[in-house]
Ligand binder design. Structure first.
Ligand code: ADP
Ligand code: MG
Length: 703
């Protein structure tokens, strides 16, 4: 191993294959690996042995504590540490049993449950998810063994984001296996893959500390635009500043230790905005890893005198941050969204492609709901891509292919041979599909990018589990529907892979043609930034929910409740509890912002403006007393400007106060907006050294 390789220390803090081999006897190790690979529950007879090995492995790395680590519905991660240390007959020992490993019973009554758990049955329990390996979290001079778990109520109902994600993976597994069987493929592992690109801002801690809005809400509630923003587009992919590069190096070293394949780093569009992209992994693991990435970004920034802002829109008028979820499905290790090189692979690819098109068109409303959140509204609802209308970008080449399938003669035989602009499934080979070179896919919320879909609508602070649970479920349904129709065609017979009859391909062609005819309206290859798109989308009948509160209503729709129930992903109670929690979370966040804006305006801005106004009045009075007339015109103008600013400031604060009392999020957001306009214009009328808040020109450029 060379120096650079050693430096990565990849996976050193993960209880993975290597640690298992080193710390467990051969046969136990084999059993455990089986559990991990198949995702089946751990054989209880080996739990004690595994726990013992894990404890020793963790203690060898300095861990004194362990915790079940889970994804509650707050969208964050949760941990409750216990030390290994316990007293036995008055003697200290280091204990950690099989039971400690497999289940935990955190007194978790304060996590949101949306009514699923009443306080008299407050305890939830956490259950080990062996498909995501245990890892060590380092902090200062200590270390803790973290065991990824699912979090449920005693009734078995999910109280977390991981449980439905795992269930949705099972649903997709089942329907993809059903479809692949029709293609005469032997049973194989269905993999679901995710590569989540993470955007974030960095801000100097010294500014952050003087910004109660950043401290309380994660975004600036006030701040006039700086002269320079992102208009020169000179930040994107620019040279990474030295101190940021240092920070990134530390982040990556920490992530590599955790077995997270951090791969790409670069400057993003906005000043002070950056991106980190790991290599894709199995969905469940990638989801946990993204939570750890966000955690690591935050803690390492702190050590570098900075704060990492993961909010979707920290600065008004400046590009927001997303989390692009690159998603695909594989079968026996082959990516089903890879177009492939022969008619059989092409046919499977096109079937999966059509299934995704059908799924997204049929359920755009739930996909939109899955990315709802107070922060993300500032991206999706504003004049920024991606818009709140969910559409699919295919790129010109693939769009042409799809058109040709629709036109292609039903019949699979050679009746249409040689006809240009027609594609027959199972006969013609797809033309090579070069990776789309245009920039338009960047304006789409859901883009095909060569061999995967990139769901760009999720917000930067989001947990990947929610949107991915929805995507898996709706695609499972579409795959099932296509499989069912194909089965009913009676053409699937006993073909060997790649040796299907013309009748089979003809039936498939017919199914895909009908699928496309019904759902191609969701395909949009134009520029999602253009104002005209929203009108066009409306004409096509695509849903547009610019605000989260509107979007979340989709979770209550009867047909959607049925869908999640049918696929065993969320019961109607679990779904409605989520609806309730997300609406409450939205209202809670907006209320905090409202109160924070009021505090800043009345305690920080108003006194400064008032003093400045008083000082000018005083100067004016003195000038009059001395019979000096020069300068008084300008002074008077400034006094009037400041005075009217002061009047509106007072009035806007009162309006916001009323809105906060009314509790209506829409009113609070509107009142915050007008208060902001007043404050931001006052920023230009008060001397720089007296303005109490660090300005955009400081925060965005001096980090
Ligand atoms: P971009 O131009 O958007 O940066 P990249 O090719 O760098 O595109 O890929 C972005 C992300 O997509 C990376 O995290 C990458 O690992 C991931 N990715 C690539 N192939 C797949 C796949 N089959 N499934 C899921 N994610 C994938
Ligand atoms: Mg990218």
């Amino acid at each position: 191993m060379n120096e650079a390789m050693k430096m990565t220390e990849f996976g050193a803090d993960v209880f993975g294959a290597e640690a298992i081999k080193e710390y467990l006897p051969k046969d136990t190790a084999k059993k455990l690996q089986g559990t991990i690979e198949k995702g089946v529950p751990l054989d209880p007879s080996i739990a004690g042995e595994v726990a013992h090995a894990m404890k020793h492995w963790a203690m060898d790395r300095g861990a004194t504590h362990y915790t079940h680590w889970f994804l509650p519905l707050t969208g964050a991660t949760a941990e409750k540490h216990d030390s290994f240390l316990e007293l036995k007959d008055g003697e200290p020992i280091m204990g950690f049993s099989g039971k400690n490993l497999i289940v935990g019973e955190p007194d978790a009554s304060s996590f949101p449950s949306g009514g699923i758990r009443s306080t008299f049955e407050a305890r939830g329990y956490t259950a080990w998810d062996p498909t995501s390996p245990a890892f060590i979290k380092r902090h200062g001079n200590g270390a803790t063994l973290c065991i990824p778990t699912a979090f449920c109520a005693y009734t078995g109902e999910a109280l977390d984001k991981k449980t439905p994600l795992l269930r949705s993976m099972q649903a997709l597994d089942k329907s993809v296996k059903r479809l692949m069987k029709l293609f005469a493929l032997p049973e194989a592992h269905v993999g679901c893959t995710l590569g989540a690109e993470q955007e974030y801002f960095l801000v100097s801690k010294k500014y952050w500390e003087r910004r109660p809005d950043l401290v309380m809400t994660g975004r600036t509630l006030f701040g006039a635009p700086s002269a320079k923003g992102q208009q020169l587009e000179d930040h994107y992919f620019g040279t990474i500043p030295e101190n940021v590069l240092d920070f990134m190096n530390d982040v990556e070293r920490a992530l590599w230790k955790l077995g997270i394949p951090a791969k790409t780093r670069h400057n993003e569009v906005a000043p002070a905005q950056f991106e980190l992209a790991p290599q894709f992994e199995e969905l469940n693991l990638a989801t946990d890893h993204n939570m750890l990435i966000m955690d690591t970004l935050r803690t390492v920034a702190e050590k570098h005198g900075m704060k990492c802002l993961l909010h979707e829109k920290p600065y008004a008028g400046v590009n927001g941050s997303g989390k692009h979820n690159n998603w695909s499905v594989s079968y026996g290790g082959r990516n089903l969204l890879d177009p492939g090189t022969n008619p059989q692979e092409n046919a499977i690819f096109l079937t999966m492609l059509c299934a995704v098109i059908e799924a997204v068109d049929s359920h755009a409303d739930i996909l939109r709901a899955a990315v709802a959140g107070a922060g993300n509204d500032h991206r999706l609802g504003a004049n920024e891509a991606p818009p709140a209308v969910i559409s699919i970008y295919l790129g010109d080449q693939l769009a042409k292919v799809v058109e040709q399938i629709e036109k292609g003669k039903k019949g699979g035989g050679d009746s249409g041979a040689g006809r240009k602009g027609v594609l027959r499934i199972g006969v013609d080979t797809l033309p090579p599909l070069p990776r789309d070179a245009t920039d338009r896919n960047r304006t789409s919320p859901f883009a095909f990018t060569g061999n995967k879909f990139e769901f760009r609508a999720p917000g930067s602070s989001a947990c990947c589990a929610g949107p991915m649970t929805v995507l898996n479920t709706i695609v499972a349904e579409a795959v099932d529907r296509i499989a069912k129709e194909l089965e009913a065609s009676g053409t699937t017979g006993k073909a060997k892979p790649g040796e299907h009859t013309a009748a089979f391909h003809s039936a498939l062609q017919g199914i895909l043609q009908r699928t496309l005819a019904a759902h191609k309206k969701v395909v949009f290859n134009g520029n999602g930034y253009e104002a005209g798109w929203l009108d066009e989308a409306k004409r096509r009948g695509l849903p547009n929910a610019p605000t989260s509160l509107e979007a979340l209503k989709a979770l209550d729709k009867k047909e959607n409740v049925k869908l999640f129930e049918r696929y065993g992903v969320l019961s109607s109670r679990e779904l409605s509890s989520r609806h309730e929690i997300f609406v409450e979370e939205f209202a809670g966040k907006v209320r905090i912002e409202g109160i924070c804006a009021m505090d800043i305006a009345s305690e920080m801005i108003l006194p400064v403006v008032r003093d400045e106004y008083a000082a000018m009045l005083e100067a004016f009075a003195r000038a009059e007393k001395c019979c000096v007339s020069s300068g008084t015109t300008a002074l008077k103008e400034s006094i009037v400007e400041l005075g009217s600013g002061l009047d509106s400031l007072k009035a806007e604060i009162a309006k916001l106060d009323d809105a906060v009392s009314s509790g209506k999020s829409v009113d609070i957001l509107a009142a915050m907006g007008s208060l902001r306009t007043t404050v931001d214009s006052l920023e230009h009328h008060v001397p720089d050294d007296k303005w109490p808040l660090p300005k955009y020109r400081d925060m965005l450029f001096l980090y």
